[in-house]
Design a protein around this ligand. Sequence first.
Ligand SMILES: Cc1ncc(COP(=O)(O)O)c(C=O)c1O
Length: 281
Amino acid sequence: METFGATCIASPSDRTESGRAILHENPDSSGSLGIAISEAVEMAAQRDDTKYALGSVLNHVLLHQTIIGEESLKQFEMADDYPDMVIGCTGGGSNFAGIAFPFIGRKLRGEQDIEVIAVEPANCPTLTKGKYAYDFGDTAHLTPLVKMHTLGSTFVPPGFHAGGLRYHGMAPLVSQLAADDIVRPRAYSQTECFEAGVQFAKTEGIIPAPEANHAVKATIDEALVCKREGTARAILFNLCGHGHFDMQAYTDYFAGKLYDQDYDESEVAMALAGLPAVSAG
Ligand SMILES: Cc1ncc(COP(=O)(O)O)c(C=O)c1O
């Protein structure tokens, strides 16, 4: 970004009320997507020349991303095939929804069945361990409330390399589909995901982003199930980003410096205890 003239400030920063409050409480805070969103929204709200554009989570962003799945449908048509399963990693939900929703649409209309797997990091397990409730999209509570799977807006996940998956909540549409058992969530730790990513790179010549490694890991696991069972299944997954910005992560992995740190369950309990009280009517 700086190459193209931007100035980058790491969050939490001392430039905003939200950032300063976090740093006051914890000067060594590793930050989170929830905190960065609070800082960005605060800046945008205070300046006439600045707008905030959402990258993920809200439903309209997911729908924009469905071009990924629409293209995949066409590619399968060209191959005269159809996937038995679709897999994506989930941070806020947009790359996952992007690839999966066109297929889920067909499934819900009774046109063609498919299994759908959402993969998240074990130390920010929003769909597998979170609560389905109304919560804020950011840590400083500047956003509207959305009904979603959440670990609590004040929860700061431990630092791990798939930074794009360190979000406490999940898009409302993805949350609803998980609650309805149409999307099956699962969680993996980062070292097993890097192992899968390295295997993928050696096989395909593409180094995936740490986030994408979660989908790669689930895809390899599902392919191994097929191998064990002697079944042939077409598995579609989203390689949502390359890892060229993440060479440090791979360097750390090869140096044996990556480890799996458990998230603090008491922190999640505290964050969930602070969920906003919402009543109908
Ligand atoms: C490469 C990559 N994949 C996935 C994500 C997760 O976001 P989402 O779940 O919204 O697609 C991010 C977020 O920064 C990312 O950088």
